[in-house]
Ligand binder design. Sequence first.
Ligand SMILES: NC(=O)c1ccc[n+]([C@@H]2O[C@H](COP(=O)([O-])OP(=O)(O)OC[C@H]3O[C@@H](n4cnc5c(N)ncnc54)[C@H](OP(=O)(O)O)[C@@H]3O)[C@@H](O)[C@H]2O)c1
Length: 219
Amino acid sequence: MNIVITGANRGIGLSLCQYYNEQHAQVFAVCRNASDDLQMPGVTVIDGIDVTDPVCVNTLVNKLADTSIDLLINNAGLLSDEVLGNIDYDSIEKQFQINALAPLRVAEALLPNMQAGGKIMMVTSRMGSIDDNTSGGRYGYRMSKAALNMASVSLAHDLAARKIAVGIVHPGFVQTEMVGFNGDISSTVAAERIAARIEDLNLDNSGSFWHSNGEQLPW
Ligand SMILES: NC(=O)c1ccc[n+]([C@@H]2O[C@H](COP(=O)([O-])OP(=O)(O)OC[C@H]3O[C@@H](n4cnc5c(N)ncnc54)[C@H](OP(=O)(O)O)[C@@H]3O)[C@@H](O)[C@H]2O)c1
């Protein structure tokens, strides 16, 4: 099985690479700068890829030109904070580029490498749920992940005829740099749970929004 994972150098992406490498899948680890932890026998590192940059995405396409992809995990993401009264709109735009546009751009670019039975998993956040927003704030992150969720549902519809399933998963509150390592589960546990959701993903439940623990989340 050939698996492409973005944001692979650290956090949840790195743990996903470790998990699938242990399962003897062929992992293509996509990142801007490879970390020492990512240097694992069996893992192919594709570095120098900023997922928001169309030139980099084109480079990625060229590097994977002869590779059939069974699973694409769009994991790269950015969390920033904005304060009402002094909102940094550049910060919101940057999160849109990384969290919403890049996963769609990467998925679209790599679609020619995917066949019937292929899967795409979008790593989103429950902070992108409108129903679940009980605390406000986090404008850029919430808005960009909500946009990702919408794009993913459109992709699920558009790819149904090609028999490619699209999942949308909130990893949980995970101990990574993004949250100052304050999560309640490790990235190893998050990766195992995301892998279980990927296992469950099929054409019947394509377009669903899950917590990695298996709970279905409200939009
Ligand atoms: N941790 C949580 O509690 C939590 C909760 C909900 C959702 N999530 C989601 O889970 C995913 C993984 O996050 P994490 O917790 O593992 O955070 P992390 O440790 O901060 O990792 C973020 C990853 O995204 C990559 N990235 C950011 N901007 C990029 C760009 N322009 N091009 C390429 N790669 C880029 C980073 O690469 P660099 O090292 O090059 O910056 C890094 O590999 C994200 O989508 C995040 O929104 C996390």
